[in-house]
Design a protein around this ligand. Structure first.
Ligand code: SAM
Length: 296
């Protein structure tokens, strides 16, 4: 079958949607990319080649899928909206190594999907223009499952991208920054104006590249406790680290121990959670865990 022409233009996109009688669903985050330059930037940031696989989340009408299929060995695109399947069949005609899977990416067994679909590729990257209503759940799900990923290159809301890449000290820095940076090395590739989508979203967007780490940057014994400490430290951003940790982990009687823990970890009790580096959180959670075991 002949390869279909590229569809990333307002004219082709509108023509396709009209011919298939499709009205886009805001509730599914359906904002489709119509700018070939942005598609190029996304695809080149992922460093794909003919030995590698790409997992796309939400192919829409296939504008990004087409470009991924041109460079990757295999593309699997997961789309929740059944109405788009006939349209994708048309736009992906001539790309036999691009497959569409119908389903909700948050409910699919991705480990199984990897085993079934990506056995013949060296590395897999997630490349997507994500549905914005579930950006963070999707990224955390990908990271927490520890899928064997090389890169995650995604278009997301600009504010969320800035939070993911934030360094300690600013108001963007929080538990999302620490969670993402524990698993990945983040880099904002480019800021994207809302004019490159049909329909245009209300927010600005950014392409972020998360290079997945082979090893965490810090030594953490108990990951779930480490993330509990991080979350607790940001529950009330304006409160000190001492007060946030005291409310979560201590009673009036045991509070004295917290001062010792902070001192042993080399952290001033009057600091705020947003000033602590990921290394400091690792040291802190180690001392805190030991102290709580002692108390219990
Ligand atoms: N990739 C296309 C593009 O760049 O033009 C479309 C991107 S659009 C922002 C997001 C896509 O994700 C939509 O096609 C939407 O139907 C799909 N989607 C929304 N929720 C989903 C979910 N839970 N699982 C899989 N796909 C989903």
């Amino acid at each position: 079958q002949a390869m279909q022409e590229d569809i990333a233009s307002p004219k082709r996109t509108n023509e396709l949607l009209k011919r298939h009688g499709l009205v886009l669903k805001k509730s599914l985050g359906q904002n489709f990319l119509i700018d070939p330059n942005i598609l190029n930037k996304i695809v080149s940031a992922a460093h794909l080649d003919d030995t590698k696989g790409a997992l796309e989340i939400g192919p829409g009408i296939g504008a990004l899928t087409q470009q991924l299929a041109k460079v990757a060995k295999r593309v699997v695109a997961v789309e929740i909206d059944q109405r788009l399947l006939p349209l994708l069949e048309e736009t992906l005609a001539g790309y036999p190594h691009a497959a569409v899977v119908h389903g909700d990416v948050l409910k699919l067994d991705l480990k199984q999907l990897f085993e079934e679909r990506f056995q013949d590729v060296d590395r897999v990257s997630v490349v997507a223009n994500l549905p914005y209503y579930i950006t963070t759940p999707i990224i955390m799900m990908l990271l927490e499952q520890k899928l064997p990923l090389e890169n995650i290159v995604v278009m997301i809301q600009k504010e969320v991208a800035e939070r993911m890449a934030a360094k300690p000290g600013g108001k963007e820095y929080g538990s999302l920054s620490i969670a993402v940076q524990y698993y990945c090395d983040p880099e904002i590739v480019t800021i994207v104006p809302h004019t490159v989508f049909i329909p245009q979203p209300n927010v600005d967007s950014a392409v972020i590249k998360l290079k997945v780490r082979q090893q965490p940057p810090v030594e953490v014994e108990d990951e779930s406790f480490f993330f509990d400490v991080v979350h607790a430290s940001f529950v009330q951003r304006r409160k000190t680290i001492y007060n946030n940790l005291a409310s979560k982990f201590f009673t009036k009687e045991t509070k004295g121990t917290l001062e010792q823990v902070l001192q042993a970890a080399g952290i001033e009790p009057s600091r705020r959670g947003e000033t602590l580096s990921i290394e400091e959180y690792a040291v802190l959670s180690r001392h805190l865990s030991q102290a709580l075991k002692g108390n219990g």
